[in-house]
Design a protein around this ligand. Structure first.
Ligand code: PDD
Length: 281
């Protein structure tokens, strides 16, 4: 495997950044994840647009043009011979002596790109079973719409879920409403049959898979109700599921130890997964 690090492709084991990189010291950086299908990057433009937005919100200079970055992403996928997998891109505010203010103008941002293969059949098997989730308090900062590498609350919530024997955590705000998963957006088909996902505010990431799935849903003549739902709504739902670049559409079959319906993936989640895969892969 090789990784791109600041202009150079290095063997994966020797791909390193400086100890004074601001990503390392302050989580002062952003990232994106694309899924790769047949060597092509899914939802390419959507993720690229969100990357530039995240950079803008943090006032990090874009390290290069969209075109140049596109070439680096494709080249990293090619050099790693990834047909099915994911590509990861991280941009930080660069390397400078540790100090809280922004480094001097002209300090180049750091850019890292990695790509890895994933077993598509294993992902399909996981989706066929569905996952369970554990609810956890959402104690993240107020700008979850920016895709920063500051993911400690997400990491702790995910580990708490795994330790409890669940597959992921769903984060819950002070009102008892679900914000999103630790690395995915949360959806339900509620007990009345309405397809719901939380509206876009600063407290969730504007998922690209969410966005594409909303288009698909409209093409199917269905509607999405962008309205928050409570833990109780989710437990009584016909079908909860999550969306992300790495999981696509993944059914949820249990919440906090309680089975949803018969404990099997629901029909709409399955259908939306197939439609998403047909459209993007
Ligand atoms: N996570 N919400 C959070 C907190 C996320 O980290 C992600 C993506 C999503 C879904 O966004 P998208 O559909 O654009 O992938 C929602 C990536 C996959 C990750 O951290 O690995």
């Amino acid at each position: 495997r090789v990784a791109y690090v600041n202009g150079v492709y290095r063997p994966h084991g020797q791909a390193v950044v400086h100890v004074e990189d601001r990503g390392f010291q302050f989580a002062d950086g952003v990232y994106e994840v694309w899924s790769v299908a047949d060597g092509r990057l899914a939802d390419f433009e959507g993720h690229m647009t969100r990357l530039f937005r995240s950079l803008g919100e943090l006032r990090i200079d874009p390290p290069m043009s969209r075109e140049a970055l596109t070439r680096v992403l494709r080249e990293t996928v090619r050099r790693n011979r990834v047909r099915d997998g994911i590509v990861y891109l991280q941009v930080t505010r660069g390397t400078a002596r540790r100090d809280h203010p922004f480094p001097p103008p002209g300090t180049p941002p750091s850019v890292v790109v990695t790509a890895k293969s994933m077993n598509f059949d294993a992902l399909e098997a996981k989706a066929a079973k569905g996952i369970t989730v554990l609810t956890q308090p959402d104690n993240r900062w107020g700008r979850c719409d920016i895709k920063t590498v500051g993911l400690l609350p997400n990491v702790l919530a995910k580990q708490a879920a795994l330790d409890a024997g669940a597959g992921d955590a769903w984060l819950v705000d002070e009102m008892g409403l679900i914000t999103e998963g630790t690395s995915n957006n949360a959806w339900i088909v509620d007990k009345d049959g309405a397809l719901r996902t939380r509206d876009i505010q600063a407290n969730i990431l504007r998922g690209i898979t969410r966005q594409t799935l909303m288009e698909i849903v409209k093409e199917e003549g269905l509607t999405v109700d962008e309205r928050p739902f409570s833990v109780e709504d989710a437990k009584q739902a016909r079908e909860p599921f999550v969306t992300s670049a790495s999981a696509f559409v993944l059914p949820v079959v249990g919440i906090d130890g309680a089975k949803i319906g018969d404990g099997k993936p629901g029909p709409l989640a399955k259908r939306l997964r197939d439609l998403y895969l047909d459209k993007t892969r």
